[in-house]
Design a protein around this ligand. Structure first.
Ligand code: PA5
Length: 448
């Protein structure tokens, strides 16, 4: 069994014939990806990444994860963007929602994320929390020079060395970075940290199945073999040149046809709060890949039914420029029934005996019907169960669809020139060496 895409509820908004006409275009985009002849072809390492991961590599990751698990009560995963969201997406999806409040178990470190903001209070509170803790750090940065991550790592490295001694710090600090370039590589080599390489040809947002994601996920005690196995399966399924049988191709075509029909915003929807960060990962994947040349669907997300009580109003009756893609988990991992109550003061006895998930599923179905009636096309990606295998499938499915979709849109889905603009200004304002001219210019501009 695999994840499944159902586009039926988009077909009253777009023409079936027009959608069918995408088949040759989608096939051509897939060939361009395979041959490596399209835009951004230096960054296609993700395409056959799942099937190229070796047992030795997985064993190396698991052994390193074990060192951290044995020697740390807390592990800080430092990274931002593509060096952050994939790991967090999988860890949150696979962890008990209340793990952080539970009594600590030996060999099961708490995972905390840092290096994805410059909040002074966040970093102050984090370093204060770590004061009496046996902690380790995974420093993740492909460029090795990203300010947010480097700043957090500077603080954490110093604290770790002071608290745990240089020798132990060397054991519990791991770097995931470029093979040769960047400050994180220089530091790792000089300090003798265990390090993993981020392949040159895998961009940040496509890197969750490299050590960027796999190492933190393994440290959290999550099965990376199954994650990779699921991705491998989807690599096979999404290689099918027949659009109707290839969920990535069909998703790419459908969302592009919706876009051509004025649906400029895609809302990724979940009915499982654990998928919140999966949606964040997806937003980066699609936003950074497609938002170019003044084009691209704006990717947004909601957690239902929570947000039905807030954004639900906008979705039902606001501007009709949206469509929804629901990631629907068919069977929850646990069973909980609604108890019956003799007094029935809350009037909920009509639900007595039902599984909580049945209520959730009726909320999902009711929402789908209401939103389609309200003019919102709706797609559905069904996931049999929330586990590592199907998360691996989801990851690869969305990656492959993103590559195809970007080529359909005729942009380069694998670069991100737009994210440099703020950095240039920030460095100029902070007088970073090398930015002298820009510093002068920006100060002049601010005087006006
Ligand atoms: O997808 C991307 O390229 C970005 O989101 C990067 O992952 C992010 O900026 C972090 O970069 P780095 O890994 O070089 O620190």
């Amino acid at each position: 069994e695999n994840i499944k895409l159902n586009i039926e509820k988009t077909l009253e908004f777009i023409s079936k014939d027009k959608l069918a006409a995408y088949a040759p275009k989608v096939k051509a985009c897939m060939e361009t990806l395979e041959k490596g002849t399209g835009l951004g072809n230096d960054f296609l390492g993700w395409l056959h990444l799942p099937s190229s991961i070796t047992q030795e590599h997985l064993a190396d990751l698991k052994a390193t994860a074990q060192v951290l698990r044995e020697n740390c009560d807390v592990v800080i995963v430092a990274g931002i963007g593509g060096s952050y969201l994939g790991a967090r997406a999988v860890i949150e999806a696979m962890s008990n929602s209340f793990l952080w409040l539970q009594e600590k178990k030996a060999g099961q470190p708490t995972i905390i994320f840092a290096g994805h903001n410059i909040g002074e209070d966040y970093l102050y509170e984090l370093t204060s929390f770590l004061k009496d803790k046996k902690f380790g750090v995974i420093n993740i940065s492909k460029s090795g020079t990203t300010t947010e991550t480097a700043l957090a790592f500077r603080l954490l490295k110093k604290q770790c060395e002071e608290q745990r001694g240089k020798e132990m710090a060397r054991k519990v600090i791991v770097a995931v970075t470029d093979a040769k370039k960047g400050a994180a590589r220089v530091t790792a080599d000089k300090e003798g940290y265990k390090s993993f390489i981020i392949p040159d040809n895998v961009g940040g947002r496509f890197s969750v199945l490299t050590p960027v994601g796999l190492l933190p996920i393994a440290v959290a005690g999550i099965d990376i073999d199954q994650l990779v196995a699921g991705a491998c399966k989807m690599e096979e399924v999404c290689a099918n040149p027949n659009m109707e049988e290839n969920p990535a191709a069909l998703y790419a075509a459908t969302r592009n046809e919706l876009y051509q029909n004025g649906k400029k915003i895609e809302i990724l929807v979940n009915f499982q709060p654990k998928l919140h960060y999966f949606m964040e990962w997806w937003k980066q994947l699609y936003g950074e890949s497609e938002g170019k040349d003044h084009k691209g669907i704006y990717p947004s997300s909601v957690d239902f039914s929570t947000d039905l009580h807030s954004m639900g109003q906008w979705i039902q009756e606001g501007e009709r420029t949206i469509f929804e893609t629901v990631v629907s988990v068919e069977t929850p991992n646990h069973e909980l029934h609604v108890p019956s109550d003799e007094e029935n003061l809350d009037g909920l006895n009509f639900l007595a005996g039902k599984r909580v998930d049945e209520v959730n599923k009726m909320a999902e179905l009711g929402t789908q019907l209401a939103h389609v009636d309200g003019g919102v096309p709706n797609m559905r990606v069904s996931v049999p169960v929330l586990n590592e295998y199907y998360l691996g499938q989801l990851i690869y499915f969305f990656e492959k669809a993103c590559g195809i979709s970007g080529y359909l849109l005729e942009i380069n889905p694998f670069n991100q020139p737009g994210v440099e603009a703020y950095k240039k200004n920030m460095f100029a304002l902070l007088n970073k060496p090398g930015y002298e001219e820009a510093s002068k210019a920006i100060r002049e501009r601010l005087k006006k």
